[in-house]
Design a protein around this ligand. Sequence first.
Ligand SMILES: Nc1ncnc2c1ncn2[C@@H]1O[C@H](COP(=O)(O)OP(=O)(O)OP(=O)(O)O)[C@@H](O)[C@H]1O
Ligand SMILES: [Mg+2]
Length: 488
Amino acid sequence: MAEPAITAVPEKMPPLAAAVPGTGRATILVVEDDAAMRTMLREALDEDGYAVETAAGGRAGVERVRQGGIDLVVSDVKMPDLDGLDMLREIKAVSPSPHVITITAFGSIDTAIRAVKLGAFDYITKPFDIDQLILSVQKALAERALRSEVARLQGEVQKSYRWGNIVGKSAVMQEMFALIRRLSGSAASVLVTGASGTGKELVAKAIHFNSPRRERPFVALNCAAIPDTLLESELFGYKRGAFTDARSDRAGIFVEADGGTIFLDEIAELSPTLQAKLLRVLQEGEIRPLGAARNEKVDVRVVAATNIDLEARLASGSFRQDLYYRLNVIHIHLPALRDRAEDILMLAEHFLSRSATRAGKEIRGFHEAAKKALLGYGWPGNVRELENVVERAVALAESDLVQAEDLPPGVRERRATAEDELGAAVARGLTLDELEREFITRVLAAEGGNKTRAAQRLGLDRKTLYRKLEEYASSAAPAVPEESEPQP
Ligand SMILES: Nc1ncnc2c1ncn2[C@@H]1O[C@H](COP(=O)(O)OP(=O)(O)OP(=O)(O)O)[C@@H](O)[C@H]1O
Ligand SMILES: [Mg+2]
């Protein structure tokens, strides 16, 4: 077996599962027939704070998983007694089954794909950097923790539809509340994605104010709003004399936010030079102000946000992959408001009571026709647009109910949107199959990719849904055309 290139000592990243209070250390089972590799993996994971057990072959691995108590399996593929893929199949038959990260040989992408199809959480290709594995381990454990939290929450009779200032009863929002709660003890980086106005900054703040860092600063910086040269000194500060106008030392926001959280908005706009510098800060936990002779230690949690498809930027090479993985330890995606329609009226009522109190008006709610209009509209500007529409309506309202007439014409006129959309589908000449495909894809997105819930909502059994998705995946055309996102 080829020797893996282990290029770095694991850096001290907070092991998420170990840092969350009350969960104890996560137990990882390493299944690997090569003794040297087994030891190396055990030591690296152990050093990162996990409880590690090992098995020298696939059979022993499956036996150990059946005994229970394993949170994650990291396994090689080529093993003499039971091959990693067969082992994966057997592990996935155990209930509850741990997540599995499969280590595949260089160039064996088919094996990797088969592993993922068999239910592997992730795969790592040799030779790999140990950091890459640690990040994947963190993700797998975070995702698992989230799942069990969601299962617990779903079991609760009383559901909370609010988390601080964040309102939402859709499944995606409920999951997000659980995730934020779960994240509170960790300092792992978070990447928040979603179109403009979906609530990315609000979520970033919620993460900060629900963490032990809440007493320390939350500093937000918009990477698109500041020219590159200034951005660097904003981030890292400078020493007196670093450049002509630097008449005294100045601390950057990494120092200002020490012990707290930095919110880097529109992260996709960061220049390649600053991407490299930010990556170094995240790796080393140190910054170097412009003109400084040495680095300074900082302890900052980074929450980054973007309304741009970063994965596309990775593909085109304009955003660094290594930085992306560092930022994306935890990923929160906020779907467009139209894809979580259950939240519309709840948000509208939330904004109504806030605006009414501010305006000193007594308004009880929305007239049925107004509700219909709110539900029928497409909300391209998402929650921000809804907030503005409700504020305006409250200002205009003359009775104790907001009337449809109090809404802007654009919102009112789209009242029969369901019909309009069908009309549009007719105009576009869609076949029934194509329409079905768009509908299924939308519902799946609205359920945050959860196929079980999507199937329930669609009234399909899961098998049928899986079969249809497979059909879609094997035909080339994308189901839903990429929509351009409104720019702020
Ligand atoms: N779930 C929610 N509950 C309550 N208020 C919300 C929610 N989501 C968004 N808002 C409100 O909507 C407005 C827009 O949210 P925010 O600024 O966080 O969006 P954003 O995703 O950062 O947008 P942009 O990409 O344009 O910067 C804010 O006033 C925010 O308080
Ligand atoms: Mg924002």
